[in-house]
Ligand binder design. Structure first.
Ligand SMILES: NC(=O)c1ccc[n+]([C@@H]2O[C@H](COP(=O)([O-])OP(=O)(O)OC[C@H]3O[C@@H](n4cnc5c(N)ncnc54)[C@H](OP(=O)(O)O)[C@@H]3O)[C@@H](O)[C@H]2O)c1
Length: 293
């Protein structure tokens, strides 16, 4: 299958490049591919002529989005609109990678179903939610695949930061009042592949199963690395004020993914162990698509 991949050199993009390597892949990356350039996006995707576009590219710095919401809306919402328009023009299906941050305060503490309506708290969440709306309105066939709390090879992420600080012997205070689904990027790539193979469409949550607070994730990371987990201490969100508010509870239900594929991604603790003990397998760098004329 011919697949165009935006953000191919990002953390998830690299995992997808490796997982989808048997397909005819077209990697779209900055600076030749910019989500801020509508004509460029339309031309690049017309030139690539894919059957599916997997759209991972985004402004992912959550606090940066809060400080510059206009840029976040331009890249994450409008940029996704251009990708969806391009899919409509060339008849391609669109896999849009979205986030648990499209959800806000929950009345009930239960996993959020994939078809629920977003109520974002942050500019990043609102921009990604806007992207979802455009995908639904414009793309001829679509998968909205929300993931969360990602870590993986070739990226900057919480797990890596915790490990670095723990190895340096720095004190670690980590919030214990936000609960979500820690997820290995490599497993998300496996989930995207599974959905494409089954020709699934609709809303899905691609997360490792189970739930944890950031504090629990940090402790487990340190423990699996053979360091002292008691070096990690809990704190509250108020103790570490940040520009963008985060949802207190954003555990994602995997019901629609399970129905479509017959299984779940593995439990987060198993995936984390695999990542930390080097079971990551081969990585593949993207081969770039030619720039549009
Ligand atoms: N990381 C998480 O915890 C998390 C959680 C839930 C959902 N997600 C979603 O998962 C997707 C992948 O995240 P990730 O962690 O792999 O992010 P990442 O490593 O930051 O990669 C993002 C990619 O988007 C590209 N990009 C940024 N701005 C662009 C623009 N204006 N035009 C074209 N490309 C642009 C980046 O290119 P440059 O590097 O050249 O700027 C990079 O290749 C995103 O859609 C994100 O919203 C992430």
């Amino acid at each position: 299958m011919r697949i165009a991949l935006t953000g191919a050199d990002g953390m998830l993009g690299q995992a997808l490049m490796a997982r989808l390597a048997d397909h005819d892949l077209c990697a779209l990356t900055e600076p030749s591919f910019s989500l801020e350039d509508r004509e460029g996006v339309l031309d690049a995707l017309a030139g690539a002529a894919p059957e599916w576009v997997v759209h991972t590219a985004a402004m992912t710095n959550v606090d940066g989005c809060e400080q510059n919401p206009t840029r976040a809306y331009r890249i994450n919402a409008m940029g996704t609109r251009y990708v969806a328009e391009a899919c409509a023009r060339c008849g391609a299906g669109l896999v849009y990678i979205s986030t648990d941050f499209v959800f806000g305060p929950r009345r009930m503490r239960r996993p959020i179903e994939a078809w629920e309506t977003g109520d974002p708290l942050s500019a990043y969440g609102l921009a990604k939610w806007g992207g979802e709306r455009f995908v639904e309105a414009l793309a001829p066939r679509w998968i909205i695949a929300r993931t969360a709390w990602l870590y993986g090879e070739g990226g900057t992420h919480f797990v890596g930061t915790i490990l670095k600080k723990a190895r340096e012997g720095l004190p670690l205070r980590v919030v214990n009042d936000q609960t979500g689904c820690p997820t290995y990027a490599r497993d998300v790539a496996e989930g995207v592949d599974a959905l494409l193979q089954r020709e699934a469409v609709g809303w899905f949550h691609l997360v490792n199963t189970g739930e944890a607070t950031w504090f629990e994730l940090a402790r487990r990371t340190v423990e699996l690395a053979g360091l002292d987990p008691d070096g990690v201490q809990p704190c509250t969100s108020e103790d570490v004020a940040r520009p963008a508010p985060r949802p207190a509870y954003s555990v994602l239900s995997t019901l629609t993914y399970r129905e479509a594929t017959g299984g779940d991604l593995r439990p987060w603790s198993d995936a984390l162990k695999d990542y930390l003990t080097g079971g990551a397998g081969e990585e593949r760098r993207p081969s770039l698509c030619p720039s549009p004329p």
